[in-house]
Design a protein around this ligand. Structure first.
Ligand SMILES: NC(=O)C1=CN([C@@H]2O[C@H](COP(=O)(O)OP(=O)(O)OC[C@H]3O[C@@H](n4cnc5c(N)ncnc54)[C@H](O)[C@@H]3O)[C@@H](O)[C@H]2O)C=CC1
Ligand SMILES: O=C([O-])CC(=O)C(=O)O
Length: 311
């Protein structure tokens, strides 16, 4: 099973690391535009093989798309990350052109691949990929919800003083500081609603911390996060390649679900060998519905900036 990751930077390399370490794919190709960079990352990662015990073959290439041929999954992390004080949306000017050309090159060599879009602003980059590639909607998946949900579970677990894996919780909506919707009402501690254990004030603080989780890390690190993003992409790729049919919040093209159309935004999806196997259209309460509509308005406004690039 072959996976290509474009962008050998922080997120791309971290993703390749988790995919190989966990044996998710037999072959990983990392491609970057910077001469020698992907080759160097691949060599460094391959030199982990004997000490961590993996058998995945990792190859690095400089802009040679022929080496990506017949990948089952392609991951796009190429583009610039934000710096402290910036929003993800500010990256659109540079990243849109990069994502479009990278996606088109990948498609030429792997026409059957499922595309996973990571570059920010992710929902708009996913919409761009969907509109420019002409692939069926199940083949284009934006990664953001898996990461945001893991941060939500982290913040809840800290507040509850329990292991993260005992928390079940999901974030839907846009992958932006103000557009994410942590579904607090549905979050549970081993099946028991978290509202049984935490005050509304504490739950509101957890939701607010989750929404700015990426910005908090960008402030601390000087660039955006990579370990949890890389692991979240690997988790998604695992569900595709190994047909796990996990339910994961992903940015996907909607046609009426959640009252929205002609937009890519985060909703719960069943992810398997066909990419998006199913969109899980749950009933939101009035407050959640209003938040979702507002989030979609913001994402749609950002998509409007693609007019010149989509023609
Ligand atoms: N959706 C999500 O949840 C997350 C998204 N991101 C986004 O992922 C992107 C990458 O972040 P990092 O890895 O931290 O950045 P980075 O700067 O470490 O790596 C980006 C890599 O892309 C390469 N690149 C640029 N243009 C290219 C092209 N045309 N073809 C091939 N490679 C190209 C660069 O040379 C660089 O190595 C950013 O846009 C960031 O905002 C980051 C974390 C989470
Ligand atoms: O915060 C950023 O810019 C990168 C990202 O999307 C995340 O870590 O959630």
């Amino acid at each position: 099973m072959k996976v290509t990751i474009v962008g050998a930077g922080n997120v791309g390399a971290s993703c390749a690391d988790v995919i190989s370490y966990r044996g998710i794919a037999s072959e990983v190709v990392i491609l970057d535009i910077k001469e020698g960079f992907a080759e160097g990352k691949a060599m460094d990662l391959m030199q982990c093989a004997t000490n961590t015990g993996f058998n995945t073959q990792i190859t690095g290439v400089t802009n040679d798309y022929s080496k990506t041929a017949n990948s089952e999954v392609v991951v796009i992390t190429s583009g610039i990350p934000r710096k402290p004080g910036m929003t993800r949306e500010e990256l659109i000017g540079i990243n849109a052109g990069i994502v479009k050309s990278v996606a088109e090159n990948l498609l030429k060599h792997s026409p059957k691949a499922t595309f996973v879009i990571v570059s920010n602003p992710m929902d708009t980059m996913t919409y761009l990929a969907f509109k420019s590639l002409g692939l069926p909607k199940n083949k284009i998946i934006g990664m953001g919800g898996a990461l945001d949900s893991s941060r939500f579970r982290y913040y809840l677990s800290k507040e509850l003083d329990i292991p993260s894996n005992d928390v079940s919780a999901m974030v839907i909506g846009g992958h932006g500081d103000t557009t994410m919707i942590p579904l607090t009402r549905l979050a549970s501690y081993n099946g028991i609603p978290v509202s049984e254990f935490l005050s509304q004030e504490k739950l509101d603080k957890v939701a607010a911390d989750t929404m700015v989780g990426g910005a908090t890390l960008t402030g601390l690190l000087g660039t955006s996060a990579w370990y949890a993003p890389g692991a979240s992409v690997a988790y998604l790729v695992d569900s595709i390649l190994n047909n796990q049919k996990k339910m994961i919040a992903c940015s996907v093209f909607l046609e009426g679900e959640y009252g929205q159309s002609d937009i890519c935004i985060g909703v719960p999806c069943i992810i398997g060998k066909n990419g998006v196997e199913k969109i899980v259209d749950i009933t939101l309460n009035a407050d959640e519905k209003a938040k979702f509509a507002k989030s979609a308005d913001a994402v749609r406004a950002m998509n409007g900036d693609l007019k010149s690039i989509l023609g």
